[in-house]
Each structure stands twice: as structure tokens, then as C-alpha cells.
Design a binder for this molecule. Structure first.
Ligand code: ZN
Length: 238
């Protein structure tokens, strides 16, 4: 491990552990001397470092700072740079880091299953009049094709309209509501209708690559699917 230390305003090093120890015993490095080694986010006073007063991590930017340089909110630390965002979020009532619980793969799978059932029922509602029309009118070949295109068109549109409307208005589809989930922006804010629509479009991509886009949620720290990554959204528990 290479050490660096400050002496009379100068940054010195790198020096080896052996050289460092020699400087400590020789009195060049005092408890108040600022030191740094690889892996430390900031310079520390040598005395504090050896006393085990290690740094803590800012819950916003994830950088490590000495606890003295941060403010504490509950169990979370916030560094000086992130303090304004923190204050802003607190004011707006947005969730703070550490307070957010992401919806994992299986609960989301459950929500998707319920939405799938709902979509299926609705598609049947369109399907039966179509079958009735075909059976009673015996339309020409062209007529049948037009009717079929209309049927698929309506079903396709509904598959988009459903999540766009529910997520845009209620932040969750019926399946997600039932599972206590909601879709939010990466900063915890509301998802607009346009974003909800884009997210449904991006979901096609997640499905196209053998549903790998969905499985990604199981391996992500923030449980993001591919469409969450594309649209900067998160699925959280209410
Ligand atoms: Zn920070």
C-alpha cells in the first residue's frame, strides 16, 4: 500500500508502508497530519484514521467522507455537496435514498401476471364480436383481412394505452397496484404520460431479447429492467 501525507502544505509520497511507519515513529507524521492512501475517499488526520474513525458514505453520491464533514439524517449521511439536493427533496416530500424499497423480480412478475390476465380478458372482449361478425356475415377475403387487421390493431393499441394511462395517472397498472408497487422517476418524481408511453415501447425491446430485459431486474441493485434503464424509471414498493 502506498501512502501520501501532507507536510507544511505540501503533498508528499507515494511512500511504502515501511517508510510510512518510520516517519510515524520518527515524529514526522503526527496525529493531526493529513494522510491518504488508495481506497480512501478523502484525506484524513492520521490520528483519526488509526483511532478507527473511518469515513462514512454519503447516501446520495456514495462517496466516502469523514463523518464530521457530513450531516446526519436518521441513519443516513449527506455530504456537503449533496446537502442542497437533500434539502430540496426533503422540501418536496420526495423519497430520500435509503427510504426507497425497490420492487424485486418476483413481485414484479406477479404484477405482470395480473396485468396479463386483465389484458387477456379485454382482448377477449374484442375477440368475440369479431368472431360473431365473421360467422354471421361471412365477409369476403378482403373483408376478413380488414377485420383481422382492425382486431389486432385495437388489441395492440390497448396494450399500449393500458400501461400509459394507468402509470401516467396512478403511477401503477392495476397489477402493480395489487402488488403494492408503483413506477417512479429515478429521482422519485412522477412519471408523465409520455414517459409511461415510452416505457411501454421500450418494454417491447426487453421482451424481444428473449425477455432478458425483464430478468435484468433480478441482478440489478435498483431492480431495474432494461426498459427502466432506458426510461430512467424505477419500480418501488409503496
Ligand atoms: Zn454526496
Amino acid at each position: 500500500m502506498n501512502w501520501y501525507y501532507a507536510n507544511e502544505g505540501q503533498q508528499l509520497g507515494p511512500i511504502t508502508q515501511l517508510e510510512f511507519d518510520r516517519l510515524v515513529s520518527g515524529g514526522t507524521i503526527q496525529p493531526h497530519t493529513l494522510v491518504w492512501h488508495d481506497g480512501l475517499a478523502s484525506w484524513r488526520e492520521y490520528g483519526r484514521l488509526t483511532a478507527g474513525l473511518e469515513g462514512a458514505f454519503c447516501s446520495f453520491c456514495g462517496r466516502e467522507y469523514a463523518p464530521d464533514d457530513m450531516i446526519k439524517y436518521g441513519d443516513a449521511f449527506v455530504c456537503a455537496q449533496c446537502k442542497p439536493i437533500f434539502a430540496q427533496r426533503l422540501k418536496e416530500g420526495l423519497p430520500l435514498p435509503g427510504q426507497v424499497e425497490y420492487g424485486g423480480f418476483w413481485i414484479r412478475f406477479g404484477a405482470k401476471f395480473i396485468d396479463g390476465l386483465i389484458l387477456w380478458v379485454v382482448q377477449m372482449v374484442f375477440y368475440f364480436p369479431f368472431m360473431f361478425f365473421m360467422a354471421s356475415n361471412e365477409p369476403s377475403e378482403t373483408g376478413s383481412i380488414v377485420a383481422l387487421i382492425m382486431l389486432y390493431g385495437i388489441q395492440f393499441l390497448f396494450a399500449f394505452a393500458y400501461p400509459t394511462f394507468f402509470i401516467g395517472r396512478y403511477q401503477a397498472t392495476l397489477g402493480k397496484m395489487a402488488c403494492g408497487l408503483k413506477v417512479v422517476m429515478d429521482d422519485g418524481g412522477r412519471v408523465t404520460y409520455l414517459r409511461a408511453f415510452a416505457r411501454s415501447a421500450a418494454e417491447i425491446l426487453s421482451a424481444l431479447i428473449l425477455y432478458i430485459g425483464y430478468f435484468m431486474a433480478g441482478f440489478d441493485e435498483e431492480k431495474r429492467t432494461l426498459h427502466d434503464r432506458i426510461c430512467s424509471t424505477r419500480v418501488v414498493r409503496k
